[in-house]
Design a protein. Structure first.
Length: 474
């Protein structure tokens, strides 16, 4: 059980977290023909768009209600109604994700009432789904904003099975025998989701991922010069069928509330996993798929498991007792902590921007709720060999004189970070190899020993003559 430490700081010196509106927008980018709409100033949206574009190296559709000084003071409800009408009329998206920001939340905007006003004023756009989510950036982080958006999507788009009747729910559950719902946390990269889909399909099942970033943010070349909506992702009609699946797989403790809501509305049984890194968690996920499908574990999955076991043996000299500093959102910390502790490493420092119940279950001494300054100060007095974190941690690692293993969001100084696969047997295997190689890279050649009696007697190391060349005899 980890102890949660909260240091009383009046400000964030070296910020670690990314705001909730960015996380909420990211979730909507995993839906097909969707468009996130931030209710705030133009600067809020521009800031988020810059980070998303630099991380994914893709065009990011993102809109704003463009609150100015007058709208902030006098009220910005008309901005919301007008923005929804303009987007629906011009682009005809399948979904508009209406996300609040710190500015609109401070003003006290009631976005659900704004949506009702939009529906009343524009019945011609009844086919355009609007999902409101309160995602102020004054609290939380990217992970919590992402989770709030997933919960809002389920709350808005998933119908309650026959008014909650247990018998009616049972008649709907499993109607699609091969369908498996997957609630995917923000810790998963597009390549992670692609690997999970392949994992599920190996058992003859059909995954419906919510949201599916692997299909929308993993590279698209389209004929149009510009598209105002997302290309790929989870189609809205697929979301309507979540109540007919055989089971739901929940990946990431941050989605607990969203999973509870989905189970309450549909009655579909679920299997929950804090992460999919490491041998034990991968085994549990594989066993769940075997139970759902009624099929034996495929040989290729057995082979991948054996490869991970072999990698654990190959790298244990480097990973064993290696001291690591972790920085990231709670789900990210949980995934790496289980992988590294199983491999024999020691988590000397762990820093999260927000507190989450799952952090208390970690097999490490303590987790600090803070920023990268807290990580640096804690790491100075410990033998940290490696830092794991996003691009914000690059300078911290440089000052500590240790390498950085980039993980999480954003990665603006590293091309292809979003294509990295961390989960599963293969992802865990590659993570161990990268970890071990960074540790090995810190080893330097040992200087040759020079005797105190070299030639003219004892001298300081600096004043001794250079060692003779090979083959030279005095």
């Amino acid at each position: 059980m980890a102890t949660i430490l909260k240091k009383p700081k009046p400000l964030s010196v070296n910020p670690l977290k990314t705001s909730q509106p960015v996380g909420a927008s990211l979730a909507f980018l995993g839906l097909n023909r969707a468009l996130p709409l931030m209710h705030g100033s133009q600067g809020c949206t521009a800031f988020a768009k810059v980070f998303l574009v630099r991380h994914f190296r893709e065009p990011i559709p993102l809109q704003t209600t463009a609150m100015d000084q007058i709208a902030t003071v006098m009220g910005a409800d008309e901005n919301v109604v007008q923005a929804l009408a303009t987007i629906a009329g011009k682009n005809r998206p399948a979904v508009i994700g209406l996300c609040t920001t710190g500015l609109s939340e401070t003003q006290g905007s009631d976005i659900r009432r704004c949506v009702k006003e939009f529906r009343a004023a524009h019945p011609e756009f009844a086919d355009v789904q609007v999902v409101p989510v309160n995602s102020t950036d004054t609290i939380g982080c990217l992970e919590t904003g992402f989770a709030l958006a997933v919960e809002a999507i389920i709350d808005t788009l998933v119908e309650k099975s026959a008014h909650g009747s247990v018998s009616s729910q049972q008649s709907l559950v499993g109607r699609r025998l091969k369908q498996v719902n997957v609630l995917a946390s923000s810790l998963l990269t597009p390549s992670d989701i692609e690997a999970i889909k392949d994992w599920i399909e190996a058992f003859g099942l059909r995954p419906v991922v919510l949201p599916d970033l692997s299909d929308s943010l993993d590279g698209h070349l389209v004929a149009e010069e510009f598209t105002p909506l997302t290309v790929g992702g989870t189609p809205v009609p697929e979301i309507f069928t979540l109540g007919e699946a055989a089971a739901t797989l929940v990946i990431g403790a941050s989605l607990t509330r969203a999973a509870d809501k989905l189970k309450e509305k549909t009655g579909v049984p679920d299997y929950r996993f804090d992460g999919l890194m490491g041998l034990a968690t991968c085994d549990a996920f594989t066993q769940a798929l075997a139970t759902i499908s009624g099929q034996p574990v495929p040989e290729k999955i057995e082979r991948q498991r054996a490869q991970l076991q072999d990698a654990m043996v190959d790298t244990h000299f480097m990973t064993g007792f290696a001291s690591v500093a972790l920085a990231g959102d709670p789900d990210l910390i949980v995934g790496f902590a289980h992988l590294l502790v199983d491999a024999g490493a020691e988590i000397a420092v762990a820093v999260s921007p927000v507190k989450a119940p799952v952090l208390e279950t970690l097999p490490i001494a303590a987790v600090t709720i803070g920023d990268l300054e807290d990580l640096e100060k804690a790491a100075v007095g410990s033998p940290v060999r490696l830092v794991i974190g996003n691009s914000h941690a690059a300078q911290s690692a440089e000052r500590l004189g240790v390498p950085l293993l980039r993980a999480g969001f954003p990665q603006y100084d590293w091309v292809g970070g979003y294509t990295r696969t961390w989960v599963g047997y293969r992802g865990s295997r590659q993570a161990l190899f990268d970890f071990a190689n960074l540790i090995l890279g810190q080893h330097h050649d040992i200087a040759p020993y020079c005797s105190l009696f070299w030639q003219d007697g004892p001298r300081s190391q600096e004043s001794r003559p250079a060692a003779p060349a090979a083959g030279h005899v005095h």
